[in-house]
Design a protein around this ligand. Structure first.
Ligand code: HSE
Length: 310
């Protein structure tokens, strides 16, 4: 039976000063199994947030499969998708990007893999609208996505990087990206633009060399974080608590509401310090400890079906 396993990493976009123009893959993955079946659509979702994920054509993974089929002018007889999520939705960890990328990669694999990763990225960007999560989800490591006058991505630069250790804390608080973007001013001052440019340049160097001391200087931002902090009770205090507990740097992950802190050690304690602040603000929270991911998405033939085939 034509069956493939696809694993896609969570991602963290922005990384402080790199608002909308960079993202990095994290060592936490969503898993997917794609099988071409004689007819129809079967979707089985398990894991993180499974109850809120549609098991029909509205499923983002299925939409990715359909999109790649349409792009290639081909079709599958039928599709079974098995999806096990580990990345929470609406968290700032690129969960929807994992679904889009998986659907495109799974559909492409079932059709004989005619598309390469660059072509998959183009399709993923068409669907997602922005490449700062989908690009690192595909390639792993650090990915730079400079945007042109029209807001479209002009170039993709994949930068392999040494492993960095991080802790991410997600307050139990829903913050949609659209709302997090609506809080931002449409113009920034020259001083703030220069501040971000000067830090993002150092940030690339710090990440590609895995230098926590440089990260401490580089991960500063004046373009999006100051405006977003007002949306999340306790966020500024949680960032201070992380630093006091030994974090080299701490930033909003993507559009939030999670915070991600980087440090060579002591990550559990850093996460606990952030969680204690949220608790004082009446918010429960969860933490994840992980290393960064330099591999990106994995696609491989799945020899044995995950569930009993019909
Ligand atoms: N860069 C986006 C934002 C999130 O901060 O709004 C990920 O696309």
């Amino acid at each position: 039976m034509n069956k493939f396993y696809v694993k896609v990493p969570a991602t963290t976009a922005n990384l402080g000063p790199g608002f909308d123009c960079m993202g990095m893959a994290l060592g936490l993955h969503n898993e997917f199994w794609f099988t071409e079946i004689p007819t129809g659509l079967e979707v089985i979702v398990s894991g993180e947030g499974h109850e809120g994920i549609p098991a029909d054509e509205r499923n983002l993974v299925v939409r990715g499969v359909r999109y790649v089929c349409q792009h290639l002018g081909r079709d599958l007889t039928g599709l079974r998708l098995e999806q096990t999520n580990h990345v929470p939705a609406a968290s700032g960890m690129g969960s929807s990007s994992t679904a889009i990328v998986a659907g495109l990669l799974g559909g492409n694999a079932l059709l004989g893999s005619p598309l390469n990763r660059e072509e998959i990225l183009q399709l993923a960007t068409n669907i997602e609208g922005h490449p700062d999560n989908v690009a690192p989800a595909i390639f792993g490591g650090l990915v730079l996505v400079p945007l042109g006058e029209d807001g479209a991505c002009e170039h993709i630069e994949h930068i392999p990087m040494p492993t960095l250790n991080a802790v991410l804390v997600l307050p139990d608080f829903t913050l949609f990206t659209a709302d997090a973007r609506a809080a931002l001013p449409t113009e920034v001052s020259r001083d703030d633009a220069i501040f971000n440019m000067s830090h993002v340049a150092l940030l690339v160097r710090a990440l590609e060399t895995g230098d926590y001391q440089k990260l401490a200087i580089a991960m500063q931002d004046k373009i999006h974080q100051p405006y977003r902090m007002a949306l999340i009770p306790g966020m500024a205090e949680a960032m201070s608590a992380a630093k006091e507990a030994g974090a080299a740097a701490v930033v909003i992950s993507g559009a939030g509401p999670s915070l991600i802190a980087f440090a060579p050690s002591g990550l559990s304690e850093i996460g606990d310090a952030m969680m204690a602040v949220y608790q004082a603000h009446g918010l429960t929270s969860r933490k994840w400890l992980f290393a960064t991911d330099d591999i990106g998405s994995v696609v491989q033939p799945a020899s044995a079906p995950k569930t009993t085939s019909v």
